[in-house]
Design a protein around this ligand. Sequence first.
Ligand SMILES: *Cc1c(COP(=O)(O)O)cnc(C)c1O
Length: 362
Amino acid sequence: MNPIIEYENLKNTNKNFQDDYLRAFKEVIDSGWYILGDKVKTFETEFADFIETKYSIGVASGLDALILILKGFDFPVGSEIIVPSNTYIATILSILHCNLIPRLVEPELETYNINPSLIEENITKKTKAILAVHLYGKSCNMEAIMNIAYTYQLPVIEDCAQAHGAKFRDKKVGSFGVGAFSFYPTKNLGALGDAGAITTNSNDLLQKIRALRNYGSTTKYQNEYIGYNSRLDELQAAFLLVKLKYLSEIIIHKRKLAAIYLSSLKQDFICPIADEDYFDVYHIFNIRHPRRDQLKKYLLKCGIETEIHYPIPPHKQTAMQGIIEGTYPISEEIHQTTLSLPISFGHTENDVLRLTEVLNKF
Ligand SMILES: *Cc1c(COP(=O)(O)O)cnc(C)c1O
């Protein structure tokens, strides 16, 4: 009997970095400075360098990154934000928490990302921004999106929570518009707890969001904005500095595993498309199959764990009743057929070879 292939084992993955983590932990303790200290500052500089933006701002989570960007723009209550119907719920929640209206646009069935050719028909007088999501580790078509944004003079916000290091034509996501990143432990750049960041080239936005994350204050005990407490934790920044050094290696490893899947899986499975304009980082490697649920059960019987990202689309969530109207058939098709295969830093090429063998027998 072969050993079980887990979907992901964070403990094993993080063991690779343990010595560095422990050193970083001690440095923070010894510094005696636990909020917005040198680790946060250094991480912000290094992360901005990595994404190739002028600035980055560390915040408490990916959801907060999205909320603080929207708050930073200060759109009037009731403004509409273009957003894909096929996304993780957090993207939509950020819009609702800012008293704005999500205008859902269907994805492309081939890339799972927002379909640029459907954006224009959803732009109204009330539209104030395009919030694109780079799902599963693939960039959206940023040429098409930036062109529409330019025509209608709309800012672009990028949900990069699944796409650290992903590129469209050699330019990293998070550097086209304003980027929101999550460092939730399972993400390609994962912390040991909650954390997030915003990337931008705008000095105005930098100043405002820096204040918003810290009680709306730029000078101690003087409050210019109705702010929040959403600071990137000093300890998480220290751990993220460690992980950031390995991010390119993590991405290379995942791309190698993805290449094996792509060249070995038989045609019954609809695989993610690969195209030279796109540098994909495979936060998730999903396939689609009409008998997805049977396939998942079959794999589990063979000792292979999989996940579904996601089983219920946002517009069908109980929380969205009376808030999001309409049907989104392409989104629903994806949610009904998608299956996420193991693809982590902890998986080996042999794991993936064994997996493809089992899959091809389905
Ligand atoms: C993970 C994720 C988020 C939220 O990030 P948190 O750090 O958990 O708040 C937002 N959007 C997408 C697409 C995500 O995958």
